[in-house]
Design a protein around this ligand. Structure first.
Ligand SMILES: C[S@@+](CC[C@H](N)C(=O)[O-])C[C@H]1O[C@@H](n2cnc3c(N)ncnc32)[C@H](O)[C@@H]1O
Length: 375
């Protein structure tokens, strides 16, 4: 872990530095408190100076909100194309994060001792400790308040869970793991014709939700893979909660495990663009690496009469990030054919939010389940 240094109480201080996006610790750090004015804090943050907050926790949150409002006041240039709107939107997200991440908080053994601070320890532990046997929280840890609030929000969701209609049960997502909160695609998994597979695989299982639906539909043996340690821990916990341990095995893999399966399901990240933080790897798939890797590996891993289900949204096509014919070409090049395509339109609020810069593309989005077989 990196160290962050700053000068306080007449000496140089040091603490472990946490940044989910992998940003290096800020070099310039000043102390801020309840007397720090929002305009001054905004100016410092824009210049790259971080503010380590030593006042009241709720005031720190207000200062962060005031800085965020100032960032969001900047006028947005009209974009000529949807692709330009997308790149502008991503650039704005990065710029916004760079500035708003400059308000810092120190945690001691995962707890925050500022006045009026909530108990954040369980949220921090849940976000940062994947393997409880080997890891413990550092005595002094500095991170951005924004990231800390993200951990607290994720922890609330993790406790509450997301109700999954097809399971008649809830699924609990860890911090940094794709949450099936927009679950239309799960209706497709629940409804697609199932030819009594002996063994099914769920590639990139995330919370384990697809594996669980397959078991609820009667599949006896499911292997669920992911390359994100948080997802693996999260899926294992959901499997246990649902009492499906005898049916689902969760294991680390870059895409496929060894061997073959009768049904191979995958809901890969759907936008071919750069991820700016590990948390974004569930949405952004640079150069369509996972999508292409999945398709090209199916011929080797499907049994003779086996079938694959690919869940894919066409948002990338509406934005201009993928050519409309590209997916059909990749399916063809992988020696596969589409047996059936089941479609569903997203129902989530973003799809009808006209203020969203990508509204025009989102309004046309269709998510499909492609039933694929070897040609
Ligand atoms: C869109 S999320 C889907 C999660 C889950 N299957 C669902 O439908 O809710 C994509 C998942 O693929 C995983 N992933 C990305 N690249 C991978 C790879 N090369 N091998 C295995 N899993 C991968 C991510 O960690 C993430 O959990």
């Amino acid at each position: 872990m990196n160290l962050i240094n700053w000068y306080e109480q007449k000496k140089t201080q040091a603490a472990d530095w946490q940044s989910e996006a992998g940003n290096p610790p800020p070099k310039a750090v000043v102390i801020a408190d309840d007397t720090t004015k929002a305009d001054e804090a905004y100016r410092l943050a824009c210049e790259g100076t971080a503010l380590l907050y030593r006042g009241d926790f709720q005031n720190a949150k207000q200062l962060l909100q005031a800085i965020t409002r100032r960032v969001d006041r900047k006028p947005v240039k009209p974009a000529a194309t949807m692709l330009e709107a997308f790149h502008q939107h991503r650039a704005r997200q990065i710029g916004r994060a760079n500035i708003t991440n400059k308000v810092l908080i120190e945690l001691k053994h995962g707890g925050c001792d500022l006045p009026r601070a909530p108990d954040v320890k369980a949220a921090v532990q849940g976000a940062l400790i994947v393997d409880e046997k080997t890891d413990k929280l550092p005595a002094r840890l500095v991170l951005s308040l924004r990231e800390l609030l993200g951990m607290v929000g994720a922890h609330e969701w993790r406790k509450k869970g997301v109700q999954i209609h097809a399971l008649n049960a809830s699924i609990h997502a860890y911090y940094g793991v794709y949450s099936p909160v927009r679950g239309e695609y799960l209706d497709l998994i629940d409804q697609a014709p199932l030819n009594s597979p002996q063994v099914a695989w769920d590639i990139g299982t995330g919370t384990g939700v697809i594996a669980a639906i397959l078991v609820a539909r009667g599949v006896k043996q499911v292997l669920a893979t992911d390359n994100n340690p948080r997802a693996l821990a999260c899926a294992a916990e959901n499997v246990q909660r649902l009492n499906m341990q005898t049916n689902i095995q969760v294991l680390p893999a870059d895409l496929f495990p060894e061997g073959q399966a009768d049904l191979i399901v995958c809901n890969p990240p759907w936008l071919p663009a750069k991820a700016n933080a590990p948390i974004e790897h569930a949405v952004y798939d640079p150069d369509s690496r996972m999508l292409k890797g999945f398709l090209s590996g199916l011929k080797t891993h499907l049994t003779a009469d086996g079938e694959a289900w690919l869940v894919m949204s066409d948002l990338a096509e509406h934005i201009g990030l993928r050519q409309p014919e590209a997916l059909a070409e990749w399916i063809n090049e992988a020696g596969l054919q589409v047996v059936e395509k089941l479609d569903i339109a997203p129902k989530h609020a973003k799809a009808s939010d006209q203020s969203d810069p990508l509204y025009e593309a989102r309004a046309k989005e269709i998510t499909s389940l492609y039933r694929l077989k070897c040609a």
